[in-house]
Design a protein around this ligand. Structure first.
Ligand code: GLP
Length: 239
């Protein structure tokens, strides 16, 4: 695992953004897995500025997760987030964008189809990951098995509480989500994890320094052979 600790937030976004850009430019990459969350907003801003003229029409994208019950038109859905922060500004081909539909009638089928779509295209070349305060990746909460696949999950109380800042009131926050599994994530050829801020410090310590355990889903990355982690000094303060 390559851990890069940078001195401030700006450097974290620059480092992460450039890792993605170099991957797109220098490899035969044809697919990328995107994450959402506040951490990724400035990373995507950097990408939209740097890749404006870049042809991305052959790149297939897969998003990590989505809230159950929010349609992709809902302003707080992760689908909406992706269009707002990335897809609307860049040249991805609409038919290559793969998002989980949290409002699908048959949500189990939606999860199975997503796994199939990922496999059929040859897997994900680079998977971008944020980290939850409780060490979740995607919406794989503590207790998720390392070989889990795309499925419906209940959100941990701390996740509902943390994400409620985006909703008008906490009753509106979905209590369930559909997420790629940890096993799905680990099948990506390369992982890029980005975490910033002191509230991520404990999760980052467990993710990097402690024995992997299902109690910290992010610690599963230790079992992957090609991982880059970008942290600012606050997130890295307990390493
Ligand atoms: C969210 C998402 C994750 C994200 C993580 C960190 O709940 N499900 O995909 O990476 O938690 O979010 P943030 O960057 O807002 O701290």
């Amino acid at each position: 695992m390559k851990v890069i600790v940078v001195k401030n937030l700006e450097d974290a976004y620059f480092q992460s953004g450039n890792t993605i850009i170099n991957h797109l430019r220098n490899s035969q990459a044809n697919s990328i897995g995107f994450a959402t969350g506040a951490t990724m907003v400035p990373v995507y801003k950097f990408l939209t500025e740097s890749l404006r003229k870049y042809n991305l029409s052959n790149i297939r994208t897969f998003n990590l997760d989505e809230y159950i019950g929010l349609s992709n038109q809902h302003p707080l859905s992760y689908a909406y987030y992706m269009y707002e922060h990335l897809f609307n500004q860049l040249s991805f081909d609409q038919s290559n964008i793969n998002l989980l539909d949290g409002s699908a009638g048959n949500i189990e089928k939606e999860a199975q189809n997503y796994e199939m779509k990922i496999s059929l295209g040859g897997g994900i070349d680079l998977q971008l990951l944020g980290v939850g305060r409780n060490g979740h990746i995607g919406f794989n909460e503590p207790g998720s098995k390392f070989d889990s696949v795309t499925r419906v999950v209940n959100l941990a109380n701390i996740t509902v509480k943390t994400n409620s800042k985006f909703f008008h009131n906490s009753n509106e926050v979905p209590r369930a989500a559909i997420t790629m599994g940890i096993g799905t994530i680990l099948r990506a050829k390369k992982l890029l994890v980005v975490a910033t801020g002191k509230e991520k410090a404990i999760a980052c310590k467990k993710m990097i320094n402690e024995v992997p355990t299902v109690l910290c889903p992010a610690s599963a990355i230790q079992t992957h052979s090609n991982v880059t982690v970008v942290l600012d000094q606050s997130a890295a303060s307990l390493l």
